[in-house]
Write a protein that binds this ligand. Structure first.
Ligand code: AMP
Ligand code: ZN
Length: 466
């Protein structure tokens, strides 16, 4: 598999530390608000990466964190605590905010057919590990205490600028004037490992530490969680491009200082989703969520297809016209597949099967070229072969694409659907009691159109899939 490595700034042949196994760490959301569709683009990319690696034969160990503490609005150590900002906005505690938005995040990713990583860890659950790491960094001279806080000294890091490709001058030019500098830092780009609560406004998430009651910096969380669950050798670490600096740069500095050898070999970053005015961001106030798209009539999988149609390393510009086009494309694609399902199936033709499997795999192996992988799917639909061959290929491709390509309109009664059906049955019973048979029949018809059949029995009304 060939992938673009941000660390070396070139396309490289991927070779994991241990043959056949990929240790993959992906930064998770900061749960202070809903995810916007830009954030979700990044999680779709990581989902495709995990599934593509599995498709080409690797065993993937994936870990993701949930940032529920320590992330400041500036991404460096300045500005407001994002969680506290959410808590103030909604007059809730940071714990309530974290729980609510974590659930909302997984509801969104579920709708996008994003597989839940097997290990998902809250930043606030690993305080002991961060303390252990910080103690060692202090002992070995990589960190220093000042003003009640503990900072990482970037001048002690080996190749601090390797990932970002920046140099000290770039950093000075890029220095933000709108945030106050922390006078305790030796170098303005040193970063906080542990803050005592005196630095920021008091908030509910705080712990005792050898340096006083406080909380960890954002970057140490990902290093701590990755080292705990994936060991000292990470194969791939992902995030959005805005994570390259300072977040991932700082993760490398402190992890390598802690373990004493190179940590992660490949770094992959997805480009941003922009709207017509520029980068989509939560701090802009108004932002686009998956629910907004749904309310406008776009199913989450239309958005997934929209993302897969472009390369993860290219900026993607969102517009409703583009969504409208993708919706048409998706509907046409599903109806073509539907036609194949209705054909006489025949036998699977092995030679043709292999030809398309190889093409699909090669596209994924080419730095995750999902747009070309979709072209292979269209080539399958046009191919001179049996319907059985096509269906087998579509089924296989969909383990990666996850576009519900073969799903019938209603194939399973989810908890959500069940609640809806029961509501409709109650409304129908009520209508019948009021002798409004037109309404009762309309409800039955509407359910039937969705593929759900209802029957009145002595035990009451029952329902089933048609
Ligand atoms: P956050 O929840 O703010 O920590 O962001 C979650 C992920 O979304 C990070 O990996 C960011 O790099 C990524 N991200 C933020 N804004 C965008 C955007 N406009 N387009 C794509 N990804 C983004
Ligand atoms: Zn992270």
């Amino acid at each position: 598999m060939k992938i673009y490595n941000t660390l070396t700034k070139q396309i490289e042949t991927f070779t994991p530390h241990k043959e056949g196994v990929v240790n993959l760490y992906t930064c998770g959301p900061t749960v202070y608000h809903f995810a916007h569709i830009g954030n979700l683009r990044c999680y779709i990319f990581e989902d495709i990466l995990e599934k593509a690696l599995t498709y080409v034969g690797y065993k993937v160990n994936r870990v993701m964190n949930i940032t529920d503490v320590g992330h400041m609005t500036s991404d460096a150590d300045e500005g407001e605590d994002k969680m506290l900002k959410g808590a103030k906005r909604e007059h809730k505690t940071v714990y309530e905010i974290a729980d609510f938005y974590t659930e909302a995040f997984f509801a969104d990713t579920h709708k996008l057919n994003i597989k839940k990583p097997p290990v998902i860890e809250k930043a606030s659950s690993h305080i002991d590990m961060y303390i252990k790491m910080i103690e060692k960094l202090l002992e070995d001279g990589f960190a220093y205490k000042e003003g009640g806080n503990v900072y990482f000294d970037i001048s002690k890091a080996k190749d601090y600028y390797a990932l970002s490709g920046m140099n000290t001058e770039d950093l000075m030019v890029g220095a933000r004037e709108d945030v106050e500098e922390d006078a305790h830092k030796k170098n303005p780009y040193d970063f906080g490992l542990w803050f005592t609560v005196s630095k920021f406004e008091n908030q509910a998430m705080q712990w005792d530490s050898p340096w006083g009651r406080g909380y960890p910096g954002w970057h140490i969380e990902c290093s701590g969680i990755a080292l705990t669950y994936l060991g000292e050798y990470l194969d791939i670490h992902c995030g959005g491009i805005d994570n390259i600096f300072p977040h991932h740069t700082n993760e490398i500095a402190q992890s390598e200082a802690f373990i004493g050898h190179p940590w992660c070999k490949y770094w992959m970053h997805s480009e941003h989703l922009n709207d017509q005015t520029g980068k989509m961001s939560k701090s802009n106030g108004e932002f686009l969520t998956l629910s907004v798209l749904e309310k406008k009539g776009f199913s989450p999988l239309v958005y997934r297809l929209f993302c897969l149609n472009s390369h993860y390393r290219k900026t993607l510009v969102f517009s409703y016209e583009a969504m409208e086009q993708t919706k048409n494309t998706y509907e046409k694609l599903l109806s073509k597949i539907d036609a194949v399902k209705k054909e006489a199936q025949g036998e699977v033709e092995e030679g043709i099967l292999q030809k398309f499997q190889t093409a699909f795999k090669e596209n994924l192996e080419n730095d995750l070229n999902t747009a070309s992988a979709l072209t292979t799917l269209y080539d399958v639909l046009k191919a001179e072969t049996t319907a059985a061959t096509k269906i087998k290929l579509i089924e296989e491709f969909d383990t990666v694409l996850s576009l519900d390509l073969l799903k019938d309109k209603t194939t399973e009664i989810t908890a959500e659907l069940e609640t809806y059906i029961k509501e409709q049955i109650n409304l129908r019973t009520l209508a019948k009691q009021e002798k409004d048979f037109t309404k009762a029949d309309a409800i039955r018809e509407a359910l039937l159109e969705k593929g759900i059949e209802i029957k009145d029995t002595r035990e009451g009304t029952i329902f089933s899939l048609r």
